[in-house]
Design a protein around this ligand. Structure first.
Ligand code: SF4
Length: 351
């Protein structure tokens, strides 16, 4: 059964630090270079320089495995996608939760096994969608990826009860950051069942800036004030629209095995990182950094977190100040954080 997987020689990639967007340290890539070759794609250039390295296998611990972050696991050639099904079956049988990121409607071919993951709350699917405009999509993503198909896939997945969200990544200034198109995109994906919206800016590749078609983007990147203003505006448009639709801006972390140390640790790091993200959106860079460092520190400790809380030893961990310590203790008791809720309310009031 796994011959196909072996034939495809999947690359298991381990990050130095967890990816706090998809909540994974390990990713599986089926292709060295993604089949779609989108004109703006950052991952082809950044491969190998962001602390990525391949490792011989998956972790013993059944932590979430990311699929499709560095190259889409679905090929435009459906025949090649049989290997994806074998891979999903393999991961399901071994008990690994998964977080899939894709632009391909071919994910629907695997709906049966995906439903099995969902029954055990072991899956998150994120569909990347930059625009609803088919012409702009074709310019950025080529002919094989159609926004309409992705919207249809989103609807089927959510109708089947699969937790699925959308990533508007990247938001490229002067390309897909117009108010009307962003607002329409968010309304349409909400209507079709999106459970979260992610978004982020763009660090243009050399190739993209050299393309005469995107001369205006190149010129904008020479004026950092203008560029920042443009990003601020896009952020404001997205956040207002997302909050209006009552959608989360983060992927809910898969967290199995309630009442274990691992569960509590995951909840704490999820809240701390989400607080850091809210501070980032509120432009409180220093506070964002503080919470991010605290998240990293908590993730590094070997002692069970519960023991540290009971023994009042959290303060000994570098980066855990009294405020963060109080937040952690509240999460341990209530499985929630009033600090996070207040901060989210503040952000919503600003947008
Ligand atoms: S589908 Fe994603 S990974 Fe593949 S080329 Fe396009 S942006 Fe890059």
């Amino acid at each position: 059964m796994y011959n196909q997987i072996l034939k495809a020689k999947p690359y298991v990639i381990m990050l130095k630090k967890m990816d706090y967007w998809y909540w994974c340290r390990y990713f599986i890539d089926l292709y060295r270079i993604c089949n779609y070759k989108c004109s703006y794609c950052e991952t082809i250039e950044s491969r190998g320089v962001k602390g990525l390295h391949t490792v011989p296998g998956l972790p013993d611990k059944k932590e979430s495995i990311g699929l499709g972050l560095f190259s889409d696991i679905y090929s435009p050639n459906p025949v090649e996608n049989k290997v994806v099904q074998s891979l999903l079956n393999f991961l399901y049988e071994k008990g690994y939760p998964i977080s899939i990121n894709t632009k391909s409607e071919y994910i629907l071919n695997d709906i049966d096994i995906i439903k099995e993951f969902a029954k055990r709350d072991m899956i998150r699917v994120t569909i990347t969608l930059l625009t609803l405009d088919p012409e702009l999509s074709q310019e950025l993503e080529g002919q094989k990826l159609k926004p309409r198909k992705r919207i249809e896939a989103l609807k089927v997945l959510t109708d089947e009860g699969i937790p699925t969200g959308v990533s508007i990544t990247p938001v490229i200034p002067m390309v897909n950051d117009e108010r009307e198109s962003l607002e329409k995109l968010i309304t349409v994906v909400k209507k079709n069942g999106a459970k979260w919206i992610l978004f982020s800016g763009y660090n243009p590749t050399k190739e993209f800036l050299l393309n005469p078609k995107w001369e205006k983007v190149k010129l904008l990147h020479k004026n950092s004030n203008e560029l920042n203003l443009r990003y601020k505006k896009a952020k404001s448009i997205i956040l207002s629209a997302v909050f209006k639709e009552n959608l989360p801006i983060r992927i809910p972390r898969i967290n199995l095995n309630k009442n274990t140390n691992g569960y509590l640790l995951n909840r704490i790091t999820e809240y701390l990182y989400n607080i850091s993200y809210l501070y980032e959106l509120l432009d409180h860079k220093l506070e964002a950094l503080r919470f991010r460092r605290a998240t990293y520190a908590i993730n590094e400790i070997d002692t069970p977190i519960k023991a540290l809380i009971i023994q009042n030893k959290l303060g000994y961990i570098k980066g855990i100040n009294p405020k963060i310590e109080a937040i952690i203790k509240e999460i341990a008791v209530n499985d929630g954080s009033s600090y996070y809720e207040k901060l989210l309310k503040k952000l919503k009031m600003e947008y």
